[in-house]
Design a protein around this ligand. Structure first.
Ligand code: SIN
Length: 485
């Protein structure tokens, strides 16, 4: 029987950076659900936050905690910020190219809730894509695409490997000494989102099924500025860096209403901006727009080339025209509970990194552009820990039956659509306990139906979001409760 040293689930920043750091002589298999670019990293625009220098570490920590409403795990935030400088330095030394200013120095920009410019970017507004391309180019291990994970082989506190679909009907098992989960967030269980379609929270569902800990699942982040009125569930993002550099939000009469909600207006923490847009639109019925009139065209095109051309395709001439916006689901702060060593809590050789994990770094509201950083830092930690511990499984000790799953069933489509609608309407920007309760009942009903394996796992994830939302009785950060009327 072939045993890999590592199986990595996911090819976003966290999974690929882990792969880059694992020595070439190790046997590594990377499972990718769709195609390699089908991940949230690929779509990340704004950039990657980092402490600019030693003096900036306490300020970056403080900004992260303030945005996270001090619900963050302080130790993890300190670790993230302290490691950010060396992590970025190492990445640049390995060949990653970030944008530089006229003097050839790293060009840092600003995003909401950062008290100084500390966001690195690449190809203007295509930071995620450039990083993804860089990491793929530096990946020396095998990537299997169209490999959809449907189970983890877990007995006691050891993970023996992974079971995955290779087609609609076929499935395989791979054994590994170390398993690293880097499968991303839950965007596709929401009606409107900014995520890759691959991110549907199935692995979080497996963790729930095994009775392993998920944490802060109610903490879902909604990005304030996506383009309204396009056809697909995945909405085009208008990076927060636009607001960081002067774009602002107005109603259809040109009024900057965000200052009525927070002293920092458009640059208030993301949860505040999203909720204020939602509330203002509901109260006044007025449309909400992003205005770019502070930009000069040539500079705008140079700094935001991809946003410029994407919006042109949608019929907008930037920076002259304002664009209708609304918030959409963006990022899951909660996820698989991990330790400071990036291990799944309670497990010996199972790691979770990136958006799928809940390290506690983001608290109740993630500070913009801390996510790519988290993926890089915690993938480094997972690889360092696993190399040091050199844990070995004995596959003969795994004596549980391997179940043959049915991937999809005919009834799945309608339930999937309803699930997205329910989560968007009732586990969204503003939540009401009575609606959360009703939604949970519906999801529990779906779970009793004979659905396909992938939908079953999504439903388990949705259930854990709804349960956590119901358990948190008071509003905190991204979890905002409207009292029953
Ligand atoms: C953005 O460019 O606005 C996204 C940044 C992030 O989500 O951290």
């Amino acid at each position: 029987m072939k045993i890999y040293d590592y199986v990595i689930i996911g090819t976003g920043v966290a999974g690929l950076n882990a792969a880059r750091l694992i020595p070439k002589d190790k046997k590594v298999l990377i499972l990718c659900k769709m195609s390699t670019w089908n991940c949230n990293t690929f779509w990340a625009q704004g950039g990657i936050a980092s402490a600019v220098d030693e003096n900036d570490i306490p300020i970056h920590i403080n900004d992260t905690l303030t945005a996270g409403v001090n619900y963050n795990d302080k130790k993890t935030v300190e670790l993230l910020s302290k490691k950010s400088i060396s992590t970025i330095k190492n990445l640049i030394a390995a060949g990653m190219k970030f944008d530089v200013n006229e003097k050839g120095e790293l060009a840092y920009t600003k995003e909401a809730a950062h008290s100084r410019n500390r966001i690195l970017h690449a190809d203007g507004d295509a930071t995620g894509r450039m990083m993804h391309v860089f990491l793929l180019e530096h990946c020396e291990h095998v990537i299997l695409t169209q490999s959809v994970v449907c189970d983890l082989l877990i007995k006691d506190d050891i993970c023996y490997g992974v079971q995955y679909f290779t087609s609609e009907t076929e499935q395989k098992v791979v054994y590994a000494h170390n398993t690293i989960i880097a499968s991303g967030g839950v965007g596709s269980i929401y009606r409107y989102h900014t995520n890759s379609t691959a991110n549907a929270g199935e692995v979080q569902g497996i963790i729930a099924e095994k009775g392993l800990p998920l944490k802060d699942m109610e903490m879902m982040q909604f990005h304030p500025t996506v383009v309204r009125g396009t056809n697909f569930a995945r909405k085009p993002l208008l990076s927060e860096a636009l607001r960081g550099e002067g774009a602002y939000i107005v109603d259809e009469n040109g009024y900057r209403f965000l200052f009525d909600y927070h002293k920092d207006g458009e640059l208030a923490p993301r949860d505040v901006v999203s909720r204020s847009i939602f509330d203002y639109n509901k109260k006044t019925g007025l449309g909400v727009f992003l205005s770019f009139e502070t930009f000069e065209k040539k500079a705008f095109k140079k700094r935001f080339p991809n946003i410029y051309s994407n919006l042109k395709e949608l019929g907008y001439e930037l920076p002259f025209e304002r664009v209708p916006i609304s918030p959409a689901f963006h990022y899951s702060m909660g996820g698989i509970e991990t330790t400071l060593e990036a291990k799944v809590k309670g497990m010996k050789n199972l790691y979770a990194i990136g958006e799928v994990a809940c390290t506690g770094v983001h608290g109740a509201n993630r500070l913009a552009s801390n996510s790519l950083l988290e993926g890089l830092v915690f993938s480094e930690i997972a690889v360092e820990t696993s190399l040091k511990e050199n844990f070995k499984i004995n596959p003969e000790n795994y004596d549980k039956p391997i179940i043959t799953y049915v991937r999809n069933k005919e009834i799945d489509k309608d339930i999937k659509d309803n699930l997205r609608e329910i989560m968007w309407t009732h586990a969204g920007i503003v939540r009401e306990p009575k609606n959360l309760e009703k939604s949970l009942e519906i999801i529990e009903g779906y779970l009793k139906q004979n659905v396909g394996r992938l939908l079953f796992l999504r439903l388990l994830t949705a259930k854990s979001i709804l349960k956590s939302a119901l358990e948190r009785k008071k509003s905190l950060g991204a979890h905002y409760i409207k009292e029953n009327e």
